[in-house]
Write a protein that binds this ligand. Sequence first.
Ligand SMILES: [Zn+2]
Length: 413
Amino acid sequence: MHYTYRFRLKPTSEQCELLDYHRDTCRQLYNHALGEFRDIPQSAGTLNQRVRQVRDQLTDLKEWWDDLNNLYSTVTQAAVMRIEDSIKALSELKERGYNVGSLNWKAPAEFRSFTYVQSGFEFDSKNGQTVLSLSKLADIPIVKHREIPDDVRIKEVTIKKEPTDEWYACFTVDGKQTPEKPADPERCVGIDVGILKYAHDTDGTAVESLDLSAERERLERAQRDLSRKEHGSNNWEQQRKIVAQRHADLKRKRRDFLHKLSGYYAHEYDLVAVEDLDTKGLVELPGNSRNRASAAWGTFKRMLEYKCEREETHFVAVDPKDTTKECANCGVKTEKPLWVREHSCPACGFEMDRDANAAINILSRGLSQLGVGYSEETPVETALPVDTSVSAKRVIEAGSPTLNERSALAVSE
Ligand SMILES: [Zn+2]
């Protein structure tokens, strides 16, 4: 299992130029390699074999292409191998029904990163400042706001320039060897994610959706201003950066919220069950909000999954089919349009909040799917939780939707 640590880099202006030089050399190499790749017939081997064939030309290329010799060897190799990832990503999109063309040459704005694989990078300290020491490049000041655990192996580091012109280093690490997860999880939770509320769990915590309307408005205003400027002019370029910054603000706020919410569940529970959101039917929603919601849910699920891995918490994604329709008490299915907020079972009379009912179904499915013991009775059979509504703002400010009674207890003991 892989996960990523992302740190902000604080390069000097000279280092920025150098970083851009490495990035752009990789871009030119990629474009060149793509041309070579296209000349190789499909019959010559698997995708990986054909891309490797291009990569093996690097030694010859370096004979006449001097710039390549200024780059670290795995950086140039990774730039060529990126063709493989691009093609895979493209065919995945095609499979999901998107109308995509073929792989194209990358313009400067589209090629934002380069990667050191396995070696050529290390943390160091210069004048009391933590730096990321990159071979054939520079010692770049880095904001290391958290530690990478000692027991993981860093596979690669990708140096990336965001559209805001900020630079980041993303470390991909291999997870620990299958961590010990509790065989008899005590604290289990099912989470239903939705549109009107962001999440509703089996402990009765209902987290409201994140309000991004102010950020969206600012972004739209900036975009309107951009469209009034002459394309390519200095003013336009300045405004383009503002637009990129507004995009980044929005993204950061959403990610911050998702990080905190997923971190809370992974930390507070031994077992977390969610719906397999990739396949969640979102037909009830209009196209635009559907795309947005499905992207945000995918991110939430991925974060939750790797955080559970890290916290040694069971993570289980269940089949989302009919979790809303089914009665958590007797299993009878009832049609329920989006606006019906209460579950009221015609068969057994069980009544509950619509999302709370779904959350219980998700947890039951999770428990049976995982086949683990559960030391408490399922919530349906015990007293029903009292639902508490929590604003997304509170999650961001407090880092969790509840008062963390469990952690508070642990401290006082
Ligand atoms: Zn029922």
